[in-house]
Structures are given as C-alpha cells and as structure tokens.
Ligand binder design. Sequence first.
Ligand code: SF4
Length: 309
Amino acid sequence: MKNPHLRYNGFNEVLRKKFGQKISRLTLNLNLTCPHVDPITGNGGCHYCNDDHLLGKSWHKQLSLNKQIDYGKNYLKGRHNTDKYLAYFQNGTNTNAPTDKLLPLFKESISDPAMVGLIISTRPDCLPDDMIDALCALNSQTWLWVELGLQSTQDHVLDKINRGHSVAAFVSAVERLAAKNIRTCAHIIFGLPDESREEMIGGVHLVNSLPVNGIKLHNLFIVENTVLAQWFKQGDYTPLTLCEYATLCVDYLERLRPDITIHRLNAHAPDRLTIAPKWSVNKWDTLNAVHEEIEKRGTQQGRLYQAPS
Ligand code: SF4
C-alpha cells in the first residue's frame, strides 16, 4: 500500500509541490487577547481552553516580531533543515485588534524573503469588513490562509463548550472570505462533550458543502484550570481513547472532499499541563494510530465522498 501520508491531501506534500522544498511553519505571537476571554467584553472563554497550553514552542511573546522571526528561523533551520517558512499566527485570536494596527505587523512578518506565506488563525466572529479587506490585500502579496475555529457543526455542542459563536457564524465567515478568494482552513475537534459519533462524522457534509480549502482535525485534551478539567474530575466527561480517535479521523477522511488539504490530524499540550488523555501528549503516537487505521482499511481521503447531485 502507498505511504499513508499519500493517502490524503496532506499540507506538507502540498507545500513541497508548490515550493519545491520543505517549508516549516514559524509560529509568531502578537500577544493579543481573545475577545471571548476578555474580562470586559468576553464570556469566560471556551470550556476547554487554557491559553498557556497554546504557547507550545512559540517564541517568547515579549520579543519584537523581528526577534521572534530570527529566533524561529535559527531554531527551525537546525531542527527541520529548512530555510523557507510560513509566518504562522496561531495562538489566540489574531484579528482581535484594530485593522490599522495589525496590517503593518502582518506585512512585516512576510517582508523577510524566507517567508513564503502567511497563516492567520482566528474566530469566525472576529472578522469585521475592514479586516477582510486587509486580508484581501495581503492575499495579493503572499500565499495566505485564514484558519477558523469551528470545532463542531452542532450548535448544542458549541453551547455546551461555551464557544460563544454559532455554526452560522462560521458559515458566514467562510463565505465572506471565499468571496475575496482567501483560502480558509476549518478547525474541528473530536471528543467534545455531548457530541455523538454520528454528529462528529456527519459534520463532514457541512464542511464539504462550503468553499473551505483546508481542515485541521484535533483530538480534545483536558488541561488544567479549565471547566472541562472540573467536569473530568467530577466524572462528568470521558475523553476518547486513541483507538476511538483514530477511527473517527479515518471515518471523517473517507467522507471528506478530496481537494480539501489536511493541515493537521492531532493536537497536543505539554505533559505538565495535560490531565487526560495522556496518549495525546505524544503527537507521533496519535499520527501513527491514524496512519495505521488508514493502512488497515486500505482506504484514502474521499473514498466515500458523495458529490452533491
Ligand atoms: S476562541 Fe480560542 S483562545 Fe479564545 S477562548 Fe476559545 S479556544 Fe481559547
């Protein structure tokens, strides 16, 4: 059987084909708050979110953007043997500031010739019209992606996790960005409380019906200082097993539109913050389990996709 990586439309392969070499994401941090956790305007944040876990290996957020880029380039060059990067604004909500303040920073991040593209992650309800216009301008200058958190296609699940926006808000954001030819990547989480297996897998049909270009599939993990951690300790929430997650991922991939790029198939937080499931800490174990399931079935992305008639 073909390498499992080649049984789906993986982002690394897309990058290699487009740029002719390995490209790494260089994580940058604008030190922005999330509007959903803002003490004045927010609503307490998503019940699984502890902003600390998002920091991961990102460069120190107190550094200037230029210093973060230098630091990141040195780190990635040694580790991934690459000299081309995507500027990646991953943590928090990266459109949560006035557009006239953010646009120069986004431009600065791609001014270095080593930066071949830009990824901006945000909430679907944090995209005012002037921000979409600014993204449109950036899209003409670089290879731009906007990552949008959806997490579930079920409003009752979004309510349960206090996501603070509806499925309709996501649909609207994707359509507004697509109208300007801006690529979008949807975030989906498997294992959210009160979401059935059928609802998780069935959500693929909404994604397939939208002008979405990429997707990130995540396993839900429980980190300290969250409502989800309280639910887990009280016995009110049980996380997925690794086998359940791998099965869900492959069920989903089999139904996913074949042209959609797979940006990621796992998520993890540092061991010191992860309460459960502990299998999620090792991202390679998670990825290997998904690949083994693909191999076991001899399947591929889109095998069960049904185009609308
Ligand atoms: S939108 Fe993102 S950063 Fe904001 S509370 Fe939810 S998970 Fe955390």
